[in-house]
Design a protein around this ligand. Structure first.
Ligand SMILES: *Cc1c(COP(=O)(O)O)cnc(C)c1O
Length: 398
């Protein structure tokens, strides 16, 4: 397949009538290397953020060996794409048949849970296996994250002692995990959550082998520039080191967004313009689910023209017949956008291409690799170690 340098070159050559997903392998590799080298523990990729096999292979080749999956199809996908990967089943509610298949047929040994029933289910489905790593998911606050994951899963720390003790007996290795919510805008989210882990360990007085701080590591979007990832890593490291755990205890994380956001952007075509509404050929049932349903803003650029001249705020309508196929934005573009123009929408590698459906006969897409930089990156320049210390956790010197 012919590859292009960037969206500009591609639209000029192809004038695509369907949306085009652009892959940036170099950006995914850079993200993987950063986590593998800088995170003070093991980084599991959360497959749901972007299950593209090409991406999985890129991450694996850069040293991401562990994969966080949440369904049997994700188990099968990772196992068939990466035969040597370690697959960790981190959904706390699974059916017994699924656990049995994951354990017996795909070599899965790591499971999460947040109830006694789930623990009993895992024991039955694995015939009381003695090689299990069981991660008890605790409930933590989502107050610092843009997308909450606080209410659905996790046992209250106040109720967790008995479950931790029972899981300790059943497990070869015992872990505690949590998720602070997606796009956590300050390292404090992890510090507060780890304080709950401390309480849970103390109350249950169990030996913990793994502390898994989950996902939530941020990327960059319009009006959402988080502190640099190294501040998250050092805050997590310091708080982890201070927990009542053994020297050999492991620290894990499960980034989805941070490893995949920069991997994709999207080229859409403007089919019609009405005032400040642009009717484009992808939308709420396609790659722009988050833009529509939770009002997420993504960076945009008009292709084929210089960027001088006045800009204005637009919103987008997607191609299906539904009113909710609407992305409010606002998206800032030149005043003279017209039907037939192409727009590149950036930072769609996480929860973008993964959300695509075939509703209303749309959803077909082409994809190409490109070599230019993503519209924003947490892994280059100032963003690698931003010096403005807003939201950064400082620790007294040791
Ligand atoms: C979704 C999810 C992740 C990834 O979250 P991001 O915010 O994309 O980093 C990690 N762990 C679990 C258990 C999840 O459900």
């Amino acid at each position: 397949m012919h590859n292009f340098h960037d969206a500009q070159e591609l639209t000029k050559a192809l004038c695509p009538d369907i949306p085009v997903l652009l892959n940036r392998p170099h950006a995914a590799r850079r993200a993987a290397r950063y986590f593998v080298e800088q995170f003070p523990g093991k980084s599991l990729y959360a497959v749901k953020a972007n299950p593209s096999p090409a991406l999985l292979k890129l991450l694996f080749s850069e040293g991401v060996t562990h994969y966080d999956v949440a369904s049997i199809d994700e188990v099968r996908l990772v196992r068939s794409t990466l035969p040597d990967a370690v697959v960790c089943f981190m959904h706390p509610i699974k059916s017994e048949g699924v656990i049995r298949e994951a354990y017996a047929e795909h070599g899965v040994r790591v499971f999460s849970l947040d109830t006694m029933e789930e623990l009993e289910k895992i024991e039955r489905a694995t015939d009381n296996a003695d090689d299990l790593t069981l991660c008890v998911r605790i409930k933590v606050a989502s107050e610092f994250a843009q997308i909450s994951l606080a209410s659905k899963f996790g046992i209250d720390v106040a109720d967790s002692a008995a479950l931790l003790q029972r899981a300790r007996q059943a497990a070869d290795e015992l872990g505690i995990c949590f998720h602070v919510g997606s796009q956590a805008m300050t390292p404090l989210a992890y510090v507060h959550a780890l304080e709950r882990v401390r309480t849970a360990i103390v109350e249950a007085s169990v030996t913990v082998d793994i502390v898994n701080v989950g996902g939530g590591f941020p990327s960059i979007y319009p009006d959402m520039t988080p502190p640099s990832l190294n501040h998250y890593f050092s805050a997590i490291d310091r708080t982890f080191e201070d927990l009542p755990i053994s020297y050999s205890a492991e620290l894990w994380c499960e980034p989805g967004r941070a490893l995949s956001a920069e991997y994709n952007s999207l080229i859409v075509k403007v089919e019609q313009r009405r005032g400040n509404e642009l009717y484009i050929n992808d939308g709420a049932y396609g790659t722009l689910f988050d833009a529509a349903h939770i009002g997420w803003r993504f960076p945009v650029q008009l292709l084929g023209k210089g960027s001088e001249g006045a800009t204005m705020e637009y919103s987008f309508y997607g191609p299906t017949c539904d009113d909710i196929d609407h992305m409010a934005g606002p998206f800032l573009l030149p005043e003279d956008v017209k039907a037939g123009d192409y727009i590149e929408i950036g930072m769609l590698g996480a929860y973008g291409s993964a959300m695509r459906t075939k509703f209303n006969g749309y959803g077909s897409i082409d994809d190409y690799d490109v070599a230019d930089e993503p519209m924003a990156s947490v892994y280059v320049g100032d963003n690698l170690d931003r010096t403005d210390r807003e939201n950064v956790v400082s620790f007294p010197g040791v």
